[in-house]
Design a binder for this molecule. Structure first.
Ligand SMILES: Nc1nc2c(ncn2[C@@H]2O[C@H](COP(=O)(O)OP(=O)(O)OP(=O)(O)O)[C@@H](O)[C@H]2O)c(=O)[nH]1
Ligand SMILES: [Mg+2]
Length: 172
């Protein structure tokens, strides 16, 4: 079975760890630690400090699914984790447009580390205040050929579909 490495990126609190956990068929590797930064603690108790790791078999391929830490202070890990990556999923919290600039910045940086296909996943679409894909596209101002998919990182079916979209770009 051929193996593929993909990286799940995106701003703080976008849903990267949730995405990797939902996708994975094995018990995931997690590096979440208690948050000390007061601004971030308002969102949740723990944050990824180095990486997430999971594995899933899909379409006859064995996928190694890595998640990055979202904050720039952990960005020394971004280059390391990008090595040999064959595609990126960049997550956005669709209810938090003020945070999207951090994902856009990651797209610029990580694309330089690995020039490979990527998609943007507009996450948390189950929440009532989530902005839809067309609004996300408008606000981000990305090129028309950038693929943006709706996502719910807590939903296994949706996560699988999201990875399949990326795989089809990797294969084409
Ligand atoms: N409603 C809803 N909540 C979600 C979804 N995905 C993630 N969350 C929640 O959003 C919060 C952040 O999720 P994480 O998976 O920790 O996000 P992260 O991007 O790994 O965060 P950092 O590692 O700290 O950058 C958690 O409370 C999750 O339960 C989703 O699709 N829908
Ligand atoms: Mg995380």
């Amino acid at each position: 079975m051929s193996s593929v490495k993909i990286l799940v990126a995106g701003h703080f609190n976008a849903g990267k760890t949730t995405f990797v956990n939902t996708a994975s068929e094995i018990k995931t590797v997690s590096t979440e630690k208690s948050i000390t930064h007061s601004g971030e603690r308002a969102y949740k108790g723990k944050t990824t400090t180095a990486m997430d790791y999971g594995e899933v078999s899909l379409n006859g391929k064995k996928l190694a699914v890595f998640g990055i830490p979202g904050q720039e202070r952990f960005s020394f890990m971004w280059k390391i984790l990008s090595k040999n990556t064959q595609g990126f999923v960049f997550l956005l919290d669709s209810t938090a447009p003020d945070m999207w600039k951090d994902t856009v910045r990651q797209i610029d940086m990580l694309a330089r580390y690995a020039e490979v296909p990527y998609i943007i996943a507009a996450n948390k679409q189950d929440l009532p205040n989530a902005l839809g894909v067309s609004m996300v596209r408008e606000r981000l101002g990305v090129e028309r050929d950038v693929h943006i998919v709706p996502c719910i990182a807590k939903d296994r079916g949706v996560v699988t579909e999201t990875i399949e979209v990326l795989l089809s770009k990797i294969d084409s």
